[in-house]
Design a protein around this ligand. Structure first.
Ligand code: FAD
Ligand code: DHB
Length: 394
């Protein structure tokens, strides 16, 4: 079967779905192809922190109603080290900007509901997605949907299929440069049925390693501890996880972690990764397909949002005014923000984790860095400005 659309979008994650919604607002038709089922997309637990710009964009699109009702606005975070907490007053340091805790899978539910209401297509459970003719003016996407082989002709293809997708590998090796780091630690993430232990997120550095206390709702808490990235989650009993959290979060004033049943646990590896350029012919990569940050800075989803905002603007100018300059500048425009976020995420990760091969010198440097961040208003402002997110046109 033959189909045709203006923009073929591969992947129904935050990048792909938001791109489709933004394009529809400009009268540009798209077709989103997703390999997983809608249930799987809507239940996979990932990000929690939305930057101010992401929140503002969702409101502008009329998609913020549930986020406003169920999400929690946070005006600060805590950095905890040497058994003491230090508040970074995000809003005070950034002219009132803040973050919202609203889980990624809830964002995706809101995006999917909105996509299904608009014209265009959103297909789940597609198989064998392949791209062809991407350097021509009429690229194609071939795929199987409900046992039918479909040839989708497009003006443009947006590769929004995450780090393990197929789009990136369609760019010839000879024109791409890849930059990256893997880290010698991962995160063990849990969901715990318990009341919140704090009003704001806690990022803790300790001799036992890193811990993060986040939240999902008044009844459900999200927490992470540093672990060996190659470890098997089956090796971690609930009691071991609790002990790990308590050791890393211990304070001199005897702060208590509220505990309850652990209902979900998993281990994720951490990496930094960027491909340059993010474009080849009529294929444009966005989000995790083009770049990965370690989750410590809470930047991944927010970067995906910034990418598709730029891509929408460039495509709109192409369709409305036949301008190609913004499409040509897409990669350069996005990469300025991406590299800033790469640096921030690497910095947060390197400052807050214990490295397996570190020595007392390295640990003293980390502590000096943390002291500077909480004692110097300039340093705290730099953290706050990066954490709440830079303006889209940065
Ligand atoms: P994805 O979400 O990966 O979506 C890609 C989609 O493409 C998927 O649905 C996939 O099934 C689909 N796909 C893949 N291959 C194909 C194919 N061949 N054909 C069709 N479809 C395909 N970011 C933040 O901003 N804030 C946070 O607080 C934060 N916390 C995080 C915590 C954790 C534990 C993790 C793991 C990540 C966190 N992130 C955070 C990062 C964030 O989750 C990602 O950056 C974000 O999901 C990227 O969105 P995306 O749309 O680019 O890619
Ligand atoms: C969460 C995830 C992050 O990566 C982070 O830095 C803060 C919070 C979360 O899942 O809530």
């Amino acid at each position: 079967m033959n189909m045709r659309t203006q923009v073929g979008i591969i992947g129904a994650g935050p990048a792909g779905l938001l791109l489709s919604l933004l394009l529809a607002r400009e009268g540009i038709e798209s077709c989103v192809l997703e390999s997983r089922s809608s249930e799987e997309v809507e239940t996979t637990i990932r990000a929690g922190v939305l930057e101010q710009g992401t929140v503002d964009l969702m409101m502008e699109l009329g998609l913020g109603e549930r986020m406003q009702r169920e999400g929690a606005v946070h005006h600060g975070i805590e950095l905890r080290f040497d058994g003491e907490g230090h508040r970074i007053p995000l809003s005070e340091l950034t002219n009132g900007r803040a973050i919202v805790l609203y889980p990624q899978h809830e964002v995706l539910k809101d995006f999917i509901a909105a996509c299904l209401k608009q014209e265009g297509h959103l297909l789940f459970n597609v198989k064998d997605v392949q791209l062809s003719d991407i350097s021509s003016h009429q690229p194609h996407i071939h795929f199987i949907h409900e046992n039918e082989l479909i040839d989708l002709r497009c003006d443009f293809i947006a590769g929004c299929d995450g780090f393990h997708g197929v789009s990136r590998s369609s760019i010839p090796d000879t024109v791409q440069r890849v930059f990256g780091r893997t880290y010698p630690f991962g995160w063990l993430g849990i969901l715990m049925q318990a009341p919140p232990s704090a009003n704001e997120l806690i990022y803790a550095y300790s001799e036992h390693g890193f811990a993060l206390v986040s939240t999902r709702s008044p009844e459900l808490q999200r927490m992470y501890i540093q672990c060996d990235p190659h470890d098997d989650i089956a090796n971690w009993s609930d009691a071991m996880i609790l002990e790990g959290l308590q050791l890393r979060l211990a304070t001199i004033d005897n702060w208590q972690l509220h505990i309850g049943p652990i209902i979900q646990k998993s281990i994720l590896a951490m990496r930094s990764f960027v491909i340059e350029p993010m474009q080849y012919g009529r294929l444009f990569l966005a989000g995790d397909a083009a770049h990965i940050v370690p989750p410590t800075g809470a930047k991944g989803l927010n970067l995906a949002v910034a990418d598709v905002r730029h891509l929408t603007h460039a495509l709109t100018q192409f369709y409305q005014k036949k301008r190609t300059d913004l499409l040509e500048a897409y990669s350069t425009t996005c990469l300025r923000r991406i590299w800033r976020a790469e640096h921030f995420s690497w910095w947060m990760t390197s400052t807050l984790h214990r490295f397996p091969d570190d020595d007392p010198f390295q640990q003293r440097l980390q502590r000096a860095q943390l002291e500077h961040t909480v004692r110097s208003r300039a340093a705290a402002t730099s953290l706050a400005e990066n954490y709440v997110g830079l303006p889209f046109d940065w």
